[in-house]
Design a protein around this ligand. Structure first.
Ligand SMILES: *Cc1c(COP(=O)(O)O)cnc(C)c1O
Length: 373
């Protein structure tokens, strides 16, 4: 189906914007394997996060980056040890845990910020000695208000804290700090659907220079400086063309973020009064899309279907949550996760003008009025 208002609408550089760099890649005969553009992009990521001593490693995508972080920090598991993570997120983290040789243990979320509940995680940690790490998720790329508490809990239990911030490049914690400097490392995605889009790509940021070196070598068959493969690894390199797109995206990123936040504000201005609930700290995020909780009397899936029938591509992240998806289903029940999955709606956020949000809000309000009558 073709939507008049698509869910996402990334802006990629026009052909003429890319022409010089593309020509230069061909002239230099250097297409991948840490070429000059990959190095520049890596530095640009570090500068953007603007935190002393942050090192960035680029990846072909964020899912491989998650696998790399898990096995570089913990070593490959034999399937007997476990990693705590929320179920109310994208499935990539759980898949990465399995690829790393560990098992995901899903923890329920808070109803106000939709992030993993730290007290429940603490309870699991205190009774289960097989937990070897936490894969926290800044869900929807929204910086968690509890991130410092997660860091101290991980420290207290002497286990690593790996942070999936995939949708959150450009987001800020409630302290005003950019995402990217917490835990052992944070993982970002630059997939076409994310606010900072280059097609396929990812990055890990960390203050730990040994970890950064390991991650960097992971992306290139585990080769050390003299081409000797020294660890379990993969080919996970970012190629030059993607890095060029990334460098060009930085030029417009701040103004796009501004527009995305204005779009969200406009949704909230219209929908707060008709019973929707917001998510803590979403206004400081890069708004991968607008996440709202529907009023109790409204069936979220019915509203989404109605909007779609009008050419408005609303969606339902995350329904199903991971613990209800076929490969992970084992009878577990997570109270808040299931309530939220059955009341959440995800609305489009675009980079440029935000008039579309007026149109969408008008349709949502009409729908609600028709249900309440
Ligand atoms: C998008 C996303 C990923 C996967 O990123 P890719 O670059 O597509 O591999 C992982 N985790 C979360 C939370 C995401 O939103």
């Amino acid at each position: 189906m073709k939507y008049n208002i698509p869910f996402i609408k990334p802006n990629f550089p026009a052909v003429n914007e890319l022409a010089n760099e593309y020509t230069s890649i061909i002239k230099s005969n250097w297409y991948t394997n840490f070429g000059p553009y990959e190095k520049k992009f890596r530095q640009a990521i570090e500068e953007y996060i603007d935190h002393n001593g942050i090192i960035s490693v680029t990846f072909a995508n964020a899912t491989i980056a998650l696998i790399a972080a898990i096995v570089s920090i913990l070593g490959k598991g034999d399937g007997s040890k476990k990693i705590i993570m929320p179920s109310f997120t994208f499935v990539a983290g759980a898949q990465a845990i399995l690829w790393g040789g560990y098992r995901p243990i899903f923890v329920d979320i808070n109803p106000d910020d939709l992030q993993a509940n730290i007290n429940l995680a603490q309870k699991i940690l205190s009774v289960d000695d097989d937990i070897v790490a936490i894969l926290f998720c800044n869900s929807f790329g929204i910086g968690s208000k509890d991130i410092i508490k997660w860091e101290s809990m991980a420290r207290k239990h002497s286990i690593p804290l790996i942070i999936d911030s995939a949708a959150g490049f450009g987001s800020k914690y409630s302290t005003g700090e950019a995402l990217g400097s917490k835990g052992n490392c944070e993982i970002f995605s630059f997939h076409a659907t994310k606010p900072f889009a280059i097609g396929e790509g990812g990055a890990v940021t960390t203050k730990d220079s040994n970890l950064a070196k390991k991650l960097h070598e992971f992306t290139n068959f585990g080769f050390n400086d003299v081409g000797n493969s020294t660890q379990l690894s993969m080919n996970a390199k970012m190629q030059e063309l993607n890095a060029v797109i990334g460098l060009l995206q930085f030029k417009h990123f701040e103004s796009r973020l501004k527009n995305r936040r204005l779009a969200y504000k406009n949704y909230w201005r219209h929908l707060e009064g008709v019973g929707f609930k917001s998510v803590d700290n979403i206004e400081n995020s890069s708004l991968c899309f607008a996440t709202l909780i529907c009023p109790p009397a409204i069936d979220n899936l019915q509203l989404i279907k109605h909007l779609q029938s009008l050419g408005i591509q609303a969606r339902k992240y995350y329904n199903l949550p991971i613990h209800k998806q076929a490969y992970f289903e084992n009878g577990l029940e997570l109270y808040n996760t299931e309530i939220v999955a059955n009341s959440v709606i995800s609305l489009p956020i675009h980079d440029d003008e935000y008039e579309y949000t007026d149109i969408i809000c008008r349709e949502i309000i009409l729908f609600i009025e028709s249900k309440i009558k």
